[in-house]
Design a protein around this ligand. Structure first.
Ligand code: NAD
Length: 505
């Protein structure tokens, strides 16, 4: 098939490279002719590199390069091989620029050519509404770098013709990527789903529960994320992340679940963007260690032989006892470890009359992972913290595990991050923005999470997750933590979070 890519920057050249590699002919145009020359050289380099790495033969690479057709103008009339079947627009993120381009293109390309915009944050419907024939336009949102990020969002606008989304899906999947259909809503799917992790990480920071490096370590080791939220924001650039947080929150009329942090604006004003400015939550100067390699500052010198008891009964207390193994047999006045789930250590102390100076919380999610998360209250004695770190540090299988100390707050760190990720995904499914299976697929491929959020929720257990979210909601009174209907309903009916919404007819 013949496509025309307009905008030869980061995204346009990636889309063109991906399309010609898949066997399509891609015309490439830009308002700046030198951008097309640069992009054509880039596509050639990428194809040659793929041939060197054995991903295609030299002959295939050459033929792919030949399928790239540089144009003098985005508005070039159809050539002897006929008009493109599809235009993919990847020009600057500005409604006027995009609408002006499409209204001009509509005069030179016949009705049969479908128009797609790669906008990340503008409403597709508003771009389409400017055309004489809005039915021919939809969103087609790729991720950077396009050839490696194997997912695209197909976004029908309110006026898009019904045959356009399946056409775009077939095109994307024919090139080897996966396509998900997403309602024209702020942040579409991936950028909306991604707000769960970063806004909650910021909320933990704003409440002084733990510093960024601790939150990142817990996210990596306990939740199994490739990167902690602060490392991720440093990679993306806080200027970009803060703007996406604001767009999605504003777009959903200030829904508390998506509330952006008050901390971000000043950090952006100060240029603390992350890697690209040399400093963000971490420093990126020469000789600065990678975030994951920073030394840990955990209280040391405690007594690993101190006696401990796990408070309460039930599966979490049993799991904690099992994780502690023989530690409970130790010496001295026993530490009391409370497995906290959506609640705080302080509440457990008050409710059960536990000795505040030697009572600490352990996040059950951290059991069975390489890191234990220990919650301390303002009443916990320093020496009890040191001893608890020593006891828990010695408790992992195969010679111990890492320990993170955090301030006591309902749900601790990992639970709150997980609850937020699942709750935002549940609200996306509940609003019918995308099918639950597509939510999971897009998050795995677009955000690189080890599991889709809804399948993650099922793995932890929907009822257990509801208890967690209800605990957070009770403890804070913050509507941010109100349980999604999707979650309550599925627990009540004993259905998985991944089950689709049945049609009404
Ligand atoms: P970019 O700045 O790298 O490239 C934009 C290109 O468009 C430039 O070469 C510019 O000369 C050209 N251009 C600007 N106005 C034009 C016009 N009226 N007609 C023709 N060409 C014009 O930007 P980018 O990062 O490639 O982003 C392009 C689009 O893709 C934006 O809408 C952006 O929001 C979206 N997007 C970007 C990313 C990303 O990670 N960079 C991811 C998904 C979507």
């Amino acid at each position: 098939m013949r496509i025309r890519v307009v905008g030869a920057g980061t995204m346009g050249r990636g889309i063109a490279q991906w399309a010609v590699t898949a066997g399509h002919t891609a015309e490439l145009a830009d308002a700046r002719p030198e951008a097309v020359t640069d992009a054509a050289a880039f596509v050639r380099r990428m194809c040659e590199r793929a041939a060197e790495k054995g991903r295609m033969t030299a002959d295939e690479a050459e033929r792919a390069v030949q399928r790239l057709v540089p144009l003098d103008s985005p508005l070039a009339p159809p050539g002897p091989d006929g008009p493109p079947e599809l235009v993919v627009e990847a020009v600057l993120e500005d409604l006027e620029a995009k609408a002006a381009l499409f209204t001009q293109l509509e005069r030179v390309l016949p009705h049969g050519t479908v128009f797609a915009t790669n906008t990340s944050s503008l409403p597709v419907t508003r771009i389409g509404a400017r055309l004489a024939d809005p039915g021919r336009l939809a969103g087609l949102h790729f991720f950077n770098p396009v050839p490696l990020m194997r997912i695209a969002e197909v976004v029908p606008g309110a006026l898009t013709r019904p045959d356009v989304p399946p056409f775009l899906t077939a095109f994307v999947e024919g090139c080897g990527h996966r396509a998900v259909t997403v309602a024209d809503t702020p942040g579409f799917l991936v950028n909306h789903a991604g707000r769960g992790l970063v806004t909650e990480a910021f909320a933990l920071l704003e409440e002084s529960v733990a510093p960024p490096e601790t939150i990142d370590r817990v996210a990596r080791d306990v939740l199994g994320l490739r990167m902690g939220p602060f490392e991720l924001m440093d990679l993306t650039g806080l200027d970009v992340t803060a703007s996406v947080m604001d767009t999605v929150w504003t777009g959903f009329r200030h829904d508390a679940r998506l509330r952006p942090p008050y901390l971000a604006a000043n950090r952006v004003a100060a240029g603390l963007y992350g890697r690209k400015s040399g400093r963000g939550f971490y420093a990126y100067g020469e000789g600065d260690p990678a975030p994951a390699a920073l030394p840990e500052r955990t209280p040391a010198g405690g007594d690993a032989a101190r006696a401990v008891t796990a408070a309460g009964d039930g599966p979490d207390a049993e799991a904690l006892r099992a994780a502690l193994g023989g530690a409970a047999e130790g010496t001295g006045e026993a530490l009391v470890l409370v497995p906290v789930w959506g609640t705080s250590v302080a509440a457990a102390v008050a409710e059960h009359g536990l000795p505040a100076a030697r009572t600490l919380g352990v996040d059950p999610l951290s059991l069975g992972t390489p890191r234990r998360v220990l919650s301390v209250t303002p009443a916990t004695a320093r020496e009890a913290v040191r001893d608890a770190v020593a006891v828990l540090g010695a408790s992992g299988s195969g010679g111990g595990c890492a320990v993170s100390v955090v301030r006591d707050a309902a749900g601790s760190v990992a639970q709150r991050l997980l609850a937020s990720v699942v709750s935002v995904a549940a609200s996306i499914a509940e609003r019918g923005i995308a099918e639950p299976g597509d939510v999971d697929l897009a998050v795995r491929l677009g955000l690189g999470y080890p599991r889709g959020p809804l399948e993650w929720g099922d793995e932890v257990g929907a009822a257990r997750l509801l208890a967690l979210v209800e605990g957070l909601h009770r403890a804070t009174g913050d509507p941010r933590y109100r349980p999604a209907r999707w979650l309550r309903e599925r627990v009540a009916l004993d259905l998985p979070l991944t089950a689709p919404m049945p049609p009404l007819d």
